[in-house]
Design a protein around this ligand. Structure first.
Ligand code: AMP
Ligand code: MG
Length: 442
C-alpha cells in the first residue's frame, strides 16, 4: 500500500469565520485608546485554535526518519520487553532458596551464561551459574548475586554470605513493556527516547501523520533578495530567512514563494496560488494601515478574515483568516514582529495542526535585574537575556538591548522573551517576571 504524501490534501473544515475585531478597528487603534478593539493574546489564540482541523493523512516512514514526527496510529507492543527474565548484573545466578539466612554457603559453579546465549543446563540444589548482564536466567534460578559480593574459592566454587534477598538483580520478562500494552497514542510527538522504545519493540517503519505544508512569501517594494545590490531605501529581505528557519524548526514542509511587490494583482495571485498548494499561508508585511498595505483588503476578497489586530507589542497588526481551505497568517513586516508573532501564534498553530495538541511554551520565573517600563493596554514580549545568578542559582533576566520592532540584533542576542501581561504597568528591579526561554540550555 502506498502511504506516501497525498499531494492535494486540504484542511477539512466547513467552519466559517466571523470577523472578530469590530469594523472601527480597521483603522489602526492607539494603545492608549479606550476604543482599541484589538483582541487579547488569549482571544487571538482561541480564534486560531477554533479554526484548526488537525491533519489526519498518514504516511509510512522508516523508524529513523520518524524523529519529530507525529504518530498516526496507536502503537501496541507486539512483544514483552525484555522478552525473558535476565540478569541486571555480572555475577552468579542461583535459586533464592539457596541463599543463606546467616553465615555463608558454598555453591558449585556449573557453567556460564552470556548475553545472547541461553544455558541449556538447569541449576539444582547447591549449584549456581556464572552469569553476565543481559544473559537469560538459567532454568532453576531466580536471583543474581553480583560478582563483587562473592568470594571465589576456586574455578568451580563460590562462597556467598547472608546479605542478599531472593529475586534480586533480575529484570523480569515484560517489566519495561508487556505485550499488548498501548505504548503510544495516535498524535504522540516522537522524541529520541520514543524512537528507542519503538526499536526495542521491533518496529522498523511507522505510520505517521503528514507534515503541514506551509507556503510563505515576503511583501514590499523595498525588499531585495540577498545576492542583489541594495539601491537607495532598499533593505535585504531578512524575514524570508528568519521565517524559513523558524518553519524548519517547526518541522513543517516549506514552500518558499519569494518576494512579492506591493501590487494588488501580484499579491492577489500569490495568495491564491499559495492557498492552492498549502495548508497554511504566511506572509510578512503589508498588514498595517499604510497606503501600500494591501494584504487585509485582498484577504477579504480571496478568503475570509477572522482578526487583524491583537493587543501585543511587538506585532499588533497580526492578521488571521482563511483562503479556501488554507489558514492564513498575515504577519507584520518588522523583522522582530515576524519572529515574535510566529512564536506566539503560528508555531503553536502548526504544532496543533500536526498533532491535535496546542502546546504552550515553557515559562519560568526570573528576577528582573533592572526595572522594565511598560504602559498598560497591550501584552509585551521583551527580548531578554536570562542568566543564572552565580551565588544563589536564581534566574535573572535583563533586556537584550533596544526593543524597537525593527531591531533584529537584540532578538538575536536574546535567549528568552519576558512576558508582560496587558494589565502590567511596569516591573520594578528585583520583581519576579515570567520568561519563556528559547532553548533548554543556558
Ligand atoms: P510593512 O508592515 O510592510 O509596512 O513593513 C514594516 C517594516 O518592516 C518596514 O520598515 C519594512 O521595510 C520592513 N520589512 C517588511 N518586510 C521585510 C522583510 N521581508 N525583510 C526585512 N524587513 C522588512
Ligand atoms: Mg510593506
Amino acid at each position: 500500500m502506498d502511504y506516501s504524501c497525498q499531494a492535494n490534501y486540504r484542511l477539512r473544515s466547513n467552519k466559517t469565520m466571523t470577523p472578530m475585531n469590530p469594523p472601527k478597528s480597521s483603522q489602526q487603534p492607539s494603545c492608549a485608546d479606550p476604543t482599541d478593539t484589538s483582541l487579547s493574546v488569549q482571544q487571538a489564540r482561541d480564534a486560531i485554535r477554533s479554526a484548526l482541523q488537525p491533519i489526519e493523512d498518514i504516511e509510512l516512514l522508516p523508524l529513523r526518519s520518524a524523529l519529530g514526527r507525529v504518530l498516526g496510529v496507536d502503537c501496541v507492543s507486539p512483544i514483552d520487553v525484555p522478552g525473558h527474565a535476565n540478569s541486571a548484573m555480572d555475577g552468579y545466578a542461583l535459586a533464592g532458596t539457596e541463599l543463606p539466612t546467616q553465615g555463608t554457603r558454598d555453591l558449585k559453579v556449573i557453567g556460564t551464561a552470556f548475553a545472547g546465549h541461553g544455558l541449556s543446563a538447569g541449576c539444582g540444589p547447591g549449584e549456581c551459574v556464572r552469569i553476565m548482564t543481559g544473559a537469560p536466567m538459567p532454568r532453576g534460578t531466580d536471583t543474581v548475586v553480583m560478582q563483587e559480593h562473592v568470594e571465589r574459592l576456586d574455578t568451580q566454587q563460590v562462597r556467598i554470605d547472608a546479605r542478599h534477598r531472593p529475586g534480586q538483580n533480575v529484570r523480569q520478562a515484560g517489566e519495561d513493556i508487556s505485550a499488548g500494552v498501548r505504548v503510544f497514542q495516535a498524535g504522540h510527538w516522537l522524541r529520541a527516547a520514543d524512537i528507542g522504545v519503538l526499536a526495542s519493540l521491533g518496529f522498523s517503519e511507522l505510520r505517521v501523520r503528514r507534515r503541514p505544508k506551509v507556503a510563505f512569501f515576503s511583501t514590499g517594494d523595498e525588499l531585495r533578495s540577498i545576492g542583489e545590490t541594495l539601491g537607495e531605501g532598499e533593505v535585504y529581505d531578512s524575514n524570508r530567512y528568519s521565517l524559513y528557519s523558524m518553519l524548519r524548526e517547526a518541522g513543517v514542509e516549506i514552500i518558499d514563494l519569494g518576494v512579492i511587490r506591493d501590487d494588488r494583482q501580484a499579491l492577489g495571485s500569490a495568495l491564491t496560488e499559495a492557498a492552492a498548494r498549502a495548508d497554511v499561508v504566511i506572509t510578512s508585511g503589508g498588514v498595517s494601515v499604510g497606503e501600500a498595505d494591501f494584504i487585509k483588503e485582498l484577504l477579504q476578497g480571496v478568503g475570509e478574515i477572522a482578526f487583524w489586530s491583537v493587543a501585543v507589542k511587538p506585532g499588533r497588526p497580526l492578521t488571521f483568516g482563511r483562503i479556501g481551505e488554507a489558514l492564513f497568517f498575515g504577519l507584520p513586516g518588522n523583522p522582530v514582529s515576524v519572529m515574535v508573532t510566529f512564536r506566539q501564534f503560528v508555531y503553536p498553530a502548526l504544532r496543533s495542526l500536526a498533532s491535535g495538541h496546542w502546546p504552550s511554551h515553557l515559562a519560568l520565573e526570573a528576577r528582573a535585574a533592572v526595572a522594565l517600563r511598560k504602559r498598560p493596554g497591550r501584552a509585551e514580549f521583551v527580548r531578554g537575556i536570562l542568566e543564572r545568578d552565580g551565588e544563589a542559582g536564581l534566574l535573572t533576566v535583563r533586556p537584550a538591548g533596544a526593543q524597537g520592532s525593527g531591531i533584529l540584533s537584540s532578538m538575536s542576542r536574546a535567549n528568552c522573551l519576558v512576558i508582560l501581561s496587558a494589565e502590567c504597568e511596569g516591573v520594578a528591579e528585583g520583581e519576579m517576571v515570567q520568561v519563556e526561554p528559547f532553548s533548554t540550555t543556558l
